[in-house]
Design a protein around this ligand. Structure first.
Ligand SMILES: [Zn+2]
Length: 215
């Protein structure tokens, strides 16, 4: 029997709820967490989340779906949160003060933003075996600082996306995946969809994630 609950995991800078849909069957141990969007103007991953919410749940899978961790950015069609912070530069791993006045501002200090804190707390509680974080438009499964190249290559095969290294234009600072991969036992991978993602591609990515979740 598949169980489902919606959990409020935090509140954005502008007061919007950050929620996760948790789907699991009794005894499920294969935990996968998916973040549909972290940059509010890169939302194609939310369509992957919607598919995963509606798909039959394979036995043994414990699925956590965060449609967006940046509801203010999504509401404004903007990369940053309501305070102008790039949440994927705000995590406390390799954090540097950078980008003030741009859409890549890392924030006043590491983990300064309520969205960052909410997702850190959720990840520490759930401790997913596998976490996927969706972006656009670079098109590929990110191998930069990969914790498991086996997983990255498998994601490439199962989703049909190329394996590529996305280095944030030099060196990445303060990203969700780097924080996760340094501080938690599981593996997190950044997945960049293209500028446009067809329904077929979104469906293929969602199916690929479920195959990886059960393996
Ligand atoms: Zn992005």
């Amino acid at each position: 029997m598949v169980r489902e609950e919606t959990v409020r995991v935090g509140t954005s800078a502008d007061g919007r709820a950050i929620t996760a849909v948790h789907r699991w069957s009794d005894g499920a141990t294969r935990t996968m967490l998916v973040v549909g969007s972290i940059h509010g103007d890169e939302r194609a991953g939310e369509r992957v989340v919607r598919r995963l919410r509606e798909a039959p749940l394979p036995d043994g899978v414990d699925l956590w779906l965060v449609r967006t961790m940046n509801p203010d950015g999504v509401a404004a069609d903007r990369r940053t949160n309501a305070s102008g912070v790039d949440l994927n530069r705000n995590f406390p791993c390799h954090w540097v003060a950078a980008g003030a006045g741009t859409t890549k501002w890392s924030g006043p200090f590491a983990a300064s933003e309520p969205e960052t804190q909410a997702v850190m707390a959720l990840l520490r509680q759930v401790r997913p075996r596998t976490t996927l974080v969706f972006h656009q438009p670079l098109y590929g499964v990110d191998s930069y600082r990969a914790k498991s190249m086996t997983l990255v290559r498998r994601l490439g095969r199962e989703t049909g996306l190329p394996v590529r290294s996305f280095d944030c234009g030099g060196v990445c600072h303060g990203t969700l995946t780097d924080w996760h991969n340094t501080r938690l036992p599981g593996r997190a991978v950044t997945v960049e969809l293209g500028r446009m993602a067809s329904d077929d591609q979104v469906a293929r990515v969602a199916r690929g994630l479920l195959r990886i979740a059960i393996s």
